[in-house]
Design a protein around this ligand. Sequence first.
Ligand code: PAF
Length: 289
Amino acid sequence: MTGAPQVVRTVADLRAVLAPRRAGGVGLVPTMGALHEGHLSLIRAARAEQGTVVVSIFVNPTQFGEAADLAAYPRTEERDTELAAGAGADVVFAPTVAEVYPDGFATTVSVAGPLTETLEGAVRGRAHFDGVATVVAKLLLAAAPDAAYFGAKDAQQVVVVRRLVADLGIPTRVVVIPTSRDADGLARSSRNARLSSAERALAAAVPRSLRAAQDALAGGETDAAALVAAGRAVLADAGLAPEYLSLVDPGTLEPVTRVDGPVLLAVAVRLGATRLIDNVVLGTERTPS
Ligand code: PAF
């Protein structure tokens, strides 16, 4: 498609726009806006597979723990719409909070267990994933896409979304696109814009910590504690302490003690006011430098 995407604000309008286009396939890229190259890679992937690409832009209040974080989250819809168009979006779905959570709203989609209690759930509280699961379920119901596209950077979110899609029998394929990175390896995130230049320089230690564990594994180390220690040492050199740096099973997110198959190494670091998360699946993926 060429030209500006159609911007719709209500579920009724979204369904009306999509109704005549369903035969060619519909792809949904859920976002909270502040689009960057990572989002654009999701949109391009959807463009390559689907007749119609919808990008949702909704800063979802229910997944933010801190009011200040929600207030500070960048809102750049005009620029986002242009970027989405350039990457191939046909429709931008940008609902209001009242459209998504009308008066009397009382339903929460909650994925139980370690999927939402570990890692991000342990730090941010499980209400975070309740907010994500509820809004993703609503977006999938609104757009009824054939496929929805998510970034691998949010590995736990992907596992949670896969679970809810399977459990609720939602007929949408979940597509996961590799993490988009800056030249020094930092995973692209809307939050990176908030880093000061000193913090931005330190942030490169986050992907380096993953690579150190990966290198240790390549060197024959399979003990999880030793691999985590290799990653922690890199962060410590930069004066950083992770909120977590954990080796877990990529499907269940349960901790592992030894690497004898694919494992997810996930890290979260707070740099000033900004939280950075990243991950790598050891043994099957290389973190670019
Ligand atoms: O990854 C995000 O940007 C958000 O968590 C999502 C999936 C759009 C739900 O608000």
